[in-house]
Design a binder for this molecule. Structure first.
Ligand code: NOJ
Length: 545
């Protein structure tokens, strides 16, 4: 397989993806909720930061039962975020600044307020009946099978009018569409085309693996015990193995068709891109989403670093196994946080978050970061009366609520952190730590997390070894240290991270004096001897060899 070169690598391979959660990035009209014009205003900041690709979580018309992941119109903008003209301004501004724009697409379910579902539920013989998944009750009148909703309770709701149940893998307000119906399929592809024609550079497919289920609707097997890696405790949902309710192999036909559509809209200068949200921890099954001929998703998101403890061996194990799992010609990627997971600072602490950022931005594979990661935003404690996330509200007590990681971006230390004008009640509270954790104060501080992130992003952009070079782990370091080499041509970079709470002297190579390109502490430059590099607790370092 031909190795990538700066000339052959595509933007989604060399670029760094930054996820914007539109409700929380910038409120431009003082209603306490972020919007598209707000994002447009902040694009120059992202350029200065060194980001290449902006991924927008849903901004489509929605009753917001799941904050936009319940789409009532796939081809329009919710008024809370603006309108199509605001979207066009955003695309034009992003492209004018050299940024790519990737939008979320929610293929598995719509809102129950979507016109398609309203028609579908109107009668059993409605032409759109089969656009959703309807089944007769079980003989006892209960749900057709034992499938469960991720957000708690059965995955089926009885529609009294027509006497059948409809499937919803998430909220009952999010009915699953039926991808086995050719008309629905064409309508979904048509919606994708709508956005491609408006200039989007690609899609992030929400729960991409859910869209095809067992055609016989068999009961899911009961789970005897949790085995292997447990991503998070999901309560009753964990009582079954979700074998039949998602990821039926027919899913791959759909992504081949989606890829063909993207390819039709691609030119050599402007390849369009698809990344899928795939929660699949068996690497072999995960890798299938690239397609046997690399003809499905450009990347299935790799979530393996989420939900794992801070442990050098675990990190290295994940990277090495990913490197082995990625099919020939396919491209790896890493995600360290998103709108569904606790923030990195909350998981690993401030120093750990800096080290995690350094690892993310120096590994082989496209990095995806989440707004606020660059300044070290942490989870915000949400008082019970302000809780909004339906998951946390429906399945309480397990820490599943996602409000804490969705609070407003902290731009400065003003009362609403520069996210919204003073005096406005923001949709979720601003974290009180905005007085110290904010863009403005970190911008001019050469040791801040923001300065570290900028340094790493600029190194990655400058050095092909870091973006597209080969990866090789180093065995010479102690167990609580993770070190690796990245090489491209004669460019060679070493990365070493001390996961321990104590200082360690690590041997990276035979004695040679080399230049430090970055340390997570941002207080260290000059030369080190590779024979014995001293690393402070949680310190990570990038060295040019
Ligand atoms: C995954 C999304 O990331 C999450 O936020 C959403 O609630 C579910 N899919 C349902 O769409």
């Amino acid at each position: 397989m031909q190795a990538l070169t700066p000339q052959t690598a595509q933007w989604w391979q060399t670029g760094v993806i930054y996820q914007v959660y539109p409700r929380s990035f910038q409120d431009s009209n003082g209603d306490g909720v972020g919007d598209l014009d707000g994002i447009t205003q902040r694009l120059p900041y992202l350029v200065e930061l060194g980001i290449d690709v902006v991924w927008l979580s849903p901004f489509y018309t929605s009753p917001m039962a799941d904050f936009g992941y319940d789409v009532a119109d796939y081809t329009d903008v919710d008024p809370i975020f603006g309108d199509l003209a605001a979207f066009d301004r955003l695309v034009a501004a992003a492209h004018g600044l050299g940024l790519k724009l990737v939008v979320d697409f929610v293929p598995n379910h719509s809102s129950d307020q979507h016109a398609w579902f309203k028609e579908s539920r109107a009668s059993r013989d409605n032409p759109k009946r089969d656009w959703y998944v309807w089944r007769d009750p079980a003989p006892n009148g209960g749900p057709p099978n034992n499938w469960l909703s991720v957000f708690g309770g059965p995955a089926w709701t009885l529609d009294e009018t027509t006497g059948q149940y409809y499937l919803h893998s998430f909220l009952k307000e999010q009915p699953d569409v039926n991808w086995r119906n050719p008309e629905l399929r064409a309508a979904m592809l048509g919606a994708m085309q709508f956005w491609l024609e408006r200039g989007v550079d690609g899609f992030r497919f929400d729960v991409a693996h859910y869209i095809m289920k067992d055609p016989d609707f068999r009961d899911n097997p009961v789970r005897e015990r949790m085995e292997g890696f447990v991503f998070k405790d999901m309560g009753d949902y964990d009582s079954l193995v979700h074998l039949y309710s998602k990821a039926h192999p027919d899913v791959h036909d759909v992504y081949r068709e989606v890829r063909a559509l993207l390819d039709r809209y691609s030119t050599p200068d402007n390849p369009r891109f698809a990344v899928g949200e795939i929660h699949e921890f068996d690497w072999a099954l995960w890798a299938k989403y690239y397609g046997e001929q690399n003809d499905e998703l450009h990347m299935p998101f790799n979530f393996a670093l989420l939900g794992r403890p801070w442990h050098a061996g675990i990190f290295r194990g994940i990277v090495d196994s990913l490197e082995a799992a990625v099919p020939p010609g396919a491209w790896p990627n890493y995600v360290i946080s998103n709108h569904d997971e606790h923030r990195v600072v909350t998981r690993y602490g401030y120093d750990g978050a800096r080290a995690a950022m350094l690892i993310l931005l120096t590994l082989r594979g496209t990095p995806t970061m989440y707004y606020g990661d660059e300044i070290g935003m942490q989870n915000t404690e949400i008082p019970p009366e302000l809780e909004q996330d339906p998951w946390g509200l429906r399945v309480p007590g397990l820490g599943l609520g996602r409000d804490p990681e969705r609070t407003p971006m902290q731009w400065d230390d003003s009362p609403n952190a520069g996210f919204a004008p003073e005096g406005v009640t923001t949709w979720l509270p601003v974290n009180a730590d905005k007085t110290t954790i904010n863009v403005a104060s970190q911008m001019d501080d050469p040791r801040s997390m923001l300065s570290l992130t900028r340094r790493l992003l600029s190194l990655r952009r400058k050095m092909p070894a870091l973006s597209i070079g080969d990866y090789r782990p180093l065995d010479s370091v102690p167990a609580d240290c993770f070190a690796f080499e990245r090489t491209f041509g004669d460019q060679r970079v070493l990365v070493a991270v001390n996961f321990a709470e104590h200082e360690q002297i690590v041997h990276l190579a035979d004695a040679a004096t080399c230049e430090v390109l970055a340390s997570t502490m941002m207080d260290r430059e000059g030369q080190v001897d590779l024979d014995a590099v001293s690393l402070r607790p949680f310190e990570g370092i990038v060295i040019q060899v």
